[in-house]
Write a protein that binds this ligand. Structure first.
Ligand SMILES: [Zn+2]
Length: 141
């Protein structure tokens, strides 16, 4: 079961339970959902993803990300992850060592990815090696 915050075209907000997100889409596309206040059938989902609590100011909606956007961002990150896994060589914790080898060996054009600690990253940056840090999303959820 999943609880959605729903909103009608007249901005009435109410909550409803569904078996899953597909059930919501199905009912909504068949116009089987209606506002409990005004019976409007133009219902949209306003579910809010877990988010960082920034302030107690309830009028500050700027930082709310809806589920759809969140999923889209996640898909982008997944694509990025897949791309890196396909095209880059994984070197794990040897990353800072390997990245130096490549940096100082001009003929070496290998692209790698791996794990670097914050200190390692600072050291590399001082040597002029800039790293890109990428949010690594889980594939299986
Ligand atoms: Zn309504």
């Amino acid at each position: 079961m999943i609880k959605y915050n729903l909103k009608c075209e007249n901005n009435h907000e109410f909550e409803s339970w569904f078996a899953d997100s597909k059930e919501f889409e199905k009912l909504n596309s068949r116009k089987l959902l209606e506002c409990i206040f005004c019976n409007s059938k133009k219902i949209s989902k306003t579910i809010m993803a877990p988010m960082v609590s920034i302030s107690n100011n309830k009028h500050n909606n700027e930082f709310q990300i809806n589920e759809y956007e969140l999923n889209r961002e996640k898909q982008k990150l997944l694509k990025l992850r897949n791309y890196i896994e396909k095209n880059f060589e994984y070197v794990g914790k040897d990353f800072s060592k390997k990245v130096r080898e490549i940096f100082y060996d001009k003929k070496n054009k290998k692209t790698i990815y791996g794990i670097a600690s914050n200190e390692e990253r600072d050291e590399l940056r001082e040597e002029g090696i800039d790293l890109l840090s990428i949010p690594w999303v889980d594939k299986d959820n």
